[in-house]
Design a binder for this molecule. Structure first.
Ligand code: FES
Length: 360
């Protein structure tokens, strides 16, 4: 297949070479041209609610610390000491007053400023310690609690980058006044597959579902629902935005009893009407499944969780190489929901979409 300079993409015929899903050369170009320029999802504000809370993530192929440095601010800092480049923070998550390098003990404030080298008096008198803080990501923004960052200082604002998909994200992540909260630390694992497989599966490859996921579709608790989904699958449609984001919406199959599907708690429904417009509320109440991807590698799904409540999941497909990715999976519920509901959503969410979930 040869239609562009690389031979990887045939736009006219809509074909992509399999080389693009294994090549280290493509992976390096993706890091340079996509992951170092795009807004990348890093985590949710409720993972770091208190000052000093942090989680360790990746922005492109660079390790970063996502830290709440004030009650109203989140910083994203390169996880690399300014002395000789040692990895500064070795824990996945925690709370701290300072980050102290395990190599020679340089200490940093939680906003990244260098507090002391431990031997400041050994430096020249004109040393500018204020220029030796941790390197910050130039752009960090939150969209209803979803924290994104971008290495490109000239990036468009996050809201412009999201474009029309923001309308759908709002429906899921800002449908009550309190918003959504992460119910547990994300499951995190590596798999021998290219990151694009995950992103593509969630943005439009719905046909894989009844075959790849034949296991869960045979479970008794889900059988009726799956049968309805297959029979009326043609009622689904895709949304693709100009910015490269998209989602698939599957509405309730005609004739199926709504009481089997509308599994959001009754107590929360008035809050949805308070936070969303009428079109968003209508979509929410008639959806069976919504699954989508924010370019390049954040996916989300709200689906029926067996006979129980719906679970809202975020997936991150972080590229490790041309043939390997790290997957992170978070489960969400409304802050205002009662603890029993949150417990069931968490159990159902990881039962389906955790590291050992039936959809894996
Ligand atoms: S590398 Fe961090 S203090 Fe030396």
């Amino acid at each position: 297949m040869k239609s562009d300079a690389t031979g990887w993409v045939d736009k006219e015929r809509g074909l992509v070479s399999r080389e693009a899903f294994v090549s280290e050369e493509v992976y390096q170009l993706e890091i340079e041209r996509i992951f170092n320029r795009s807004w990348i999802y890093l985590g949710h504000e409720t993972e770091i609610p208190a000052v000093g809370d942090y989680v360790v993530r990746n922005l492109g192929n660079a390790p970063v610390i996502v830290v709440r440095d004030t009650p109203d601010s989140v910083k994203v800092l390169l996880n690399s000491c300014r002395h000789r480049g040692a990895k500064l923070c070795r824990a996945d998550a925690g709370n701290t007053k300072n980050f102290v390098c395990p190599f020679h003990g340089w200490a940093y404030e939680i906003d990244g400023a260098l507090r002391t080298t431990g031997f400041d008096h050994h430096f020249r008198d004109d040393t500018d310690f204020s220029a030796m803080g941790l390197i910050p990501a130039p752009n960090v923004e939150s969209f209803h609690g979803l924290v994104f960052a971008c290495w490109d200082k000239d990036a468009v604002p996050l809201r412009d980058y999201l474009g029309d998909i923001g309308w759908y994200l709002e429906t899921f992540f800002k449908r009550t006044p309190g918003g959504m909260e992460v119910l547990a630390p994300p499951h995190r694992w590596r798999t021998k597959a290219n990151w694009k497989i995950g992103s593509l599966n969630f943005i439009g490859d719905s046909q894989h579902s009844p075959t790849t996921h034949i296991g869960p579709s045979t479970l008794d608790a889900a059988r009726t629902i799956r049968d309805g989904f297959r029979k009326h699958g043609q009622d689904s449609f895709h949304v693709v935005t100009d910015e490269g984001h998209g989602c698939t919406l599957t509405y309730l199959a005609p004739g199926m009893p709504e009481k089997n599907y509308l599994t959001h708690p009754e107590a929360l429904k008035p809050l949805y009407e308070e936070s969303l417009n009428t079109d968003q509320v209508s979509m929410l109440h008639h959806l069976r499944v919504c699954v989508g991807t924010i370019f390049p590698n954040m996916s989300f799904i709200e689906s029926q969780a067996g006979a129980g409540e719906k679970a809202l999941i975020i997936r991150l497909w972080h590229p490790v190489s041309g043939t390997e990715m790290e997957v992170l999976s978070w489960v969400f519920a409304e802050k205002e929901a009662d603890q029993g509901y949150k417990d069931r959503v968490l159990r159902n969410g990881f039962h389906n979409f955790g590291a050992a979930g039936v959809f894996e």
